[in-house]
Design a protein around this ligand. Structure first.
Ligand code: GLP
Length: 242
């Protein structure tokens, strides 16, 4: 596990974008695992700028998103599909037919989740997975639990996650209480992982992920077992590691 502590959010976004760009330039048909949340927004902005400067193309990329709120349509402006379209896909030359985000309205949810896993495996697995982290240490929506989830599942969000995510919604009642999330097993099968975190409210989660015991109570701690993880934080999020 490599830990990079950057001065601030701008620097960490740039660093993550450099690793992404190198990945895509080395393997133009990479399978990318993408994340939502406020943390990767700067990364996506940097990638858009690099694309506009003619130094990057997404034309052969396939992407799989980590998670989606259960019950939201991709047209809903709170859905993660909408987020990805707005923050990245609409601004680059990616083929949207090759961008996959879990379907929050899937009729047969279990069949959908099995297919999602199978699709990732059939494409050869994820080359580079980007992760944010919740204040309780969750990655994707793998909330504190007694065991690590092996595959894409429907999860109940914890009160602290619902509270944290309520900042994006008009009313607390509107925040979905369930989500579809890649499992820890799915994430760990990625060949390379970057986890990004910014801000003081992530310092305990980051400390637990890097130094804490490996436990499903703080799901990011499992990354200590992965052979190729880079944790990129700003000084505020990395405070307890300094
Ligand atoms: C949500 C997402 C996670 C994300 C986390 C942190 O719970 N499911 O993938 O990492 O929020 O979000 P933020 O980056 O906005 O702090």
């Amino acid at each position: 596990m490599e830990v990079i502590i950057c001065k601030d959010y701008a620097e960490l976004s740039k660093k993550a974008a450099e690793i992404f760009t190198e990945q895509i330039n080395n393997k133009p048909d990479s399978i990318l695992g993408l994340a939502t949340g406020s943390t990767p927004e700067g990364l996506y902005e940097n990638l858009i700028q690099t694309y506009k400067a003619g130094k990057l193309t997404f034309k052969d990329i396939t992407s799989f998103n980590l998670d989606e709120y259960y019950g939201l349509s991709g047209d809903d402006d709170q859905s993660y599909r909408y987020f990805m379209d707005q923050k990245l896909f609409n601004h680059v030359d990616i083929n949207k037919d090759k961008t996959f985000v879990p379907d929050g309205l899937a009729k047969d949810i279990n069949a959908f989740m099995d297919d999602y896993e199978k699709m990732i495996a059939d494409k050869g697995g994820i080359d580079l997975q980007i992760l944010g982290i919740g204040i309780n240490g969750h990655i994707g929506f793998n909330e504190p639990s007694d065991s690590f989830s092996k595959k894409t599942s429907l999860v109940d969000l914890t009160p602290s996650t619902i509270e944290a995510n309520s900042r994006f919604f008009d009313k607390y009642e509107d925040v979905p209480k369930k989500a579809i999330s890649m499992g820890i097993g799915t994430i760990m099968r990625s060949r390379k992982i970057i986890l990004m975190a910014s801000g003081e409210n992530k310092q305990d989660a980051i400390y637990g992920a890097v130094k804490g015991p490996i436990s499903p109570k703080l799901s990011a701690s499992v990354l200590q077992l992965h052979p190729d993880v880079t944790i990129i934080v700003d000084e505020a999020a990395g405070k307890k590691l300094l």
